[in-house]
Design a protein around this ligand. Sequence first.
Ligand SMILES: *[C@@H]1O[C@H](CO)[C@@H](O)[C@H](O)[C@H]1NC(C)=O
Ligand SMILES: *[C@@H]1O[C@H](CO)[C@@H](O)[C@H](O)[C@H]1NC(C)=O
Ligand SMILES: *[C@@H]1O[C@H](CO)[C@@H](O)[C@H](O)[C@H]1NC(C)=O
Ligand SMILES: *[C@@H]1O[C@H](CO)[C@@H](O)[C@H](O)[C@H]1NC(C)=O
Ligand SMILES: [Zn+2]
Length: 491
Amino acid sequence: MDHAFSFLFLSLYFSSLLHPTVARGGEQRSKPSDYIDKVYSGSVRQLFEENQSETRLDIARGYMTNSDLEKAVKAFGRRCSNISRIYSIGKSVKGVPLWVMEISDRPGEEEAEPAFKFIGNVHGDEPVGRELLLLLANWLCDNYMRDPLATLIIENVHLHILPSMNPDGFSLRRRGNANNIDLNRDFPDQFFPLNDDVGMRQPETRAIMRWLKEIRFTASASLHGGALVANYPWDGTLDKRKDYYACPDDETFRFMASVYSRSHNNMSLSKEFPGGITNGAFWYPIYGGMQDWNYIHGGCFELTLEISDNKWPNANELPTLWEFNKMSMLNLVASLVKTGVHGKIFSSDCGRPLPASIAIKGINYTVEAGSAFADYHRLLAPGEKYEVMATLPGYKSKTTCISLEEKAMTLDFVLDPEVRPKGNLLQSVCDCSCDGKSKHELVEFFGRTYLEIFLVLIVILAFLCFLLKRRVLFNHLKHRQSVGPKRSGVV
Ligand SMILES: *[C@@H]1O[C@H](CO)[C@@H](O)[C@H](O)[C@H]1NC(C)=O
Ligand SMILES: *[C@@H]1O[C@H](CO)[C@@H](O)[C@H](O)[C@H]1NC(C)=O
Ligand SMILES: *[C@@H]1O[C@H](CO)[C@@H](O)[C@H](O)[C@H]1NC(C)=O
Ligand SMILES: *[C@@H]1O[C@H](CO)[C@@H](O)[C@H](O)[C@H]1NC(C)=O
Ligand SMILES: [Zn+2]
């Protein structure tokens, strides 16, 4: 009976090890023989709970501790203070701040530029990412104004780097956080309402969710270990079966994942994953993952990058891993300005920026323009024709056809207000003044039937509007042209 029981326990344990859904972070590939040796050598439970940190102490040698990491982030912030800003998006269960380095020539300022985020160490026992992200930040700082790619990124992107999303898991040398929750299963799921009570979510998860409300990220990537592949949405399937499950932007994601794998030393040579990329659900479905949530709720195209077969390689392999991933990381971030369709949306009546939505015919997904500058950044697979549509309630939608090449394209929209019911001439003229107060005054004026003066005012306002609109568009085009050799147009 006793034997039957332990046999059952062991086989359950093994099946959980071998079952693919354990990872996204590839637990099943992380040297299972190691675990198997330990399992056979004695009581499983005791070994894992008591001797775990002792065994793993050696593993962490040469890696930054959490306090080393904090020091490194702050030292970076001091050394590169005019191209960076250090901030925290919250705290872990144990109260460790989740530090972020923002890198940009105007950190902390809103600009008409795309934002990208890197997140490392989602799983506590996958620490390569947090090391590489510090190297990336420092490399960018050292090469600003020296290397064209570094300069391009710093001047045209706001890059936010969170080296460790799970510092508690790191210090416990395990996958989950301090409550032993897998953070890459803790997000709201599109198919299954997993712990849909926001209050029940882990503080690390909540911090990421808040972050996405504050910053409009165009794309992002989280760094994992246990395999070598660039993984893209969807991560889950409706019927829970392992199958290719394409999201509306499948083509775009395949392109982005390939930017990473092709720039990598040997990711694209993978025998297991053609081209070094994979659809998440095709590999193995997961639910409550961060990647799908970013795409659905954050307007952010996120990849899950598995950057080393070994989750916790010897620290002396870190320089090689950095060399292998460096161009991939840089090219992925730079793809936000080097590819896709970008532009701004203006109203035709005064040229003011409109926070409209951009949709592509045949792709059930919209990208929102920013509220301050009405800039939009629509990543798309190159080499195809697209019908781009800008819409905003109260304005007539506009559609235009483009043929997107490898290079990025600039496409601005000027939208006309919807025609209002007749007899409302007054209102459309007043809108033109771009000033709610003067509108009110004009109404009073009109009420007193100073019709002639009013008509003169209309003419003056219309003329001013015309001048303003021309100027805004002209300045804008001038600015765009100075950015680079992009193709551009106004529709
Ligand atoms: C756990 O580690 C201690 C030393 O810290 C050792 O004495 C003990 O034998 C180990 N237990 C197992 C099951 O290996
Ligand atoms: C940062 O500072 C250096 C030297 O102080 C200066 O050359 C550089 O232009 C500055 N960069 C920005 C983006 O302000
Ligand atoms: C990539 O290179 C690393 C280090 O040399 C090696 O361990 C790994 O097996 C290689 N992977 C592929 C897919 O070639
Ligand atoms: C488009 O996507 C939304 C979810 O974002 C879904 O509710 C809707 O049914 C989809 N429309 C089509 C035509 O597939
Ligand atoms: Zn992972």
